[in-house]
Design a protein around this ligand. Sequence first.
Ligand code: CTP
Ligand code: CA
Length: 235
Amino acid sequence: ERVSAEPAPLAGRHIVISAGGTREPLDPVRFLGNRSSGKQGIALARAAAAAGARTHLVAANVDSGLLAGLPEAISVTEVESTLDLQSVMQTAQPDADAIIMSAAVADYRPADRTDSKMKKSGDEGMTLRLIQNPDVLVGLVGARRRGQHIIGFAAETGDSDHSALDYAKAKFRRKGVDLLVFNDVSEDRAFGHDDTAVQILSADGDRVIAGEEFRGSKDDVSEKVIAALADRLEC
Ligand code: CTP
Ligand code: CA
């Protein structure tokens, strides 16, 4: 009897995935950071590996417990700041069939970082000067080689002028990505919950197409994203 095994959809592919949240140092003991856990990025890496891909997880400040026990097909590079993340992503880019930027990247970093611990002085408060970080994703899109697929993530809220989806569509264009995983966080349905609702945005010529809303766990969402990527890599 013949057993036909479906070939793994990402067999022979190399996928680079950023996860977690960047931290911007103020001094040797302090940083500006965000609450991203890295769970989404890890779920993506697991889904990519399960689909047969050799996977490189670039983990920004992800808890070591979450990084323990990952499958052998996943290699991990740990980074801290946005500039660290950018340099690792740039180095990894040439080998990648696809890049997924799921990390929460700090938009700004302190203009000055002191080598010794900042002392408090006076009681009139203090002002921190911040400068904008580079857009890692836009840089990767600019350096993309033919056939390489780049996927961004965006959590958006709507306001009285525009819906969250409108903002996501504008971001899709601005970033120049192949796919944008859009998460509507207008209602309190994203942070801290295990279930998320996402739409995968893609382009058809000049039009931005929003896929059906998909609800599920971070694992379910990851499988969906990896399946969408595998479809595109097949073409
Ligand atoms: N991103 C990045 N580098 C940055 C900021 C964001 O690579 N400096 C990536 C994120 O990893 C994500 C996508 O860009 O995949 C969208 O991030 P988001 O914060 O929504 O985009 P911003 O351009 O920073 O826009 P906003 O003003 O809405 O924060
Ligand atoms: Ca941002």
